[in-house]
Design a protein around this ligand. Sequence first.
Ligand SMILES: [Zn+2]
Ligand SMILES: [Zn+2]
Ligand SMILES: [Zn+2]
Length: 131
Amino acid sequence: MTALPRTKVCSRCEQELPLASFHRRRHYVSTSVRSACKPCTALMVVAARAQQKPSTELERTKERIRRRTERAVARGELAALPCQVCGDQRSEAHHLTYEGDDAHRQVQWLCRDHHMTIHIRRPWGRQLALL
Ligand SMILES: [Zn+2]
Ligand SMILES: [Zn+2]
Ligand SMILES: [Zn+2]
């Protein structure tokens, strides 16, 4: 009696493929992809990278200003306030502008949830246009 070849269904293309077409579990953990076949995993990793690539000039400027805000708070030049919407103490700085010398002080304090809400409603490109 021969053992049946062990197969698995890809979570992305939904094809039933031999186990050799899948990566080991560790690979999925490191790429945060779940049980997709090798070609699908590769596609998903490329797509995820393209989304989070902070390579533009604007992204670098934003990163620099965020760090300036953190330093200003650490030095006591800027007071971190509770979320301006719900009063949650665990707030983070939402920048109203990334232009000008004191851009790092032009912030609203929002908890993670309310911060996310603002960014979902107004992605950065459009926020700049509104200013
Ligand atoms: Zn697949
Ligand atoms: Zn809040
Ligand atoms: Zn923000």
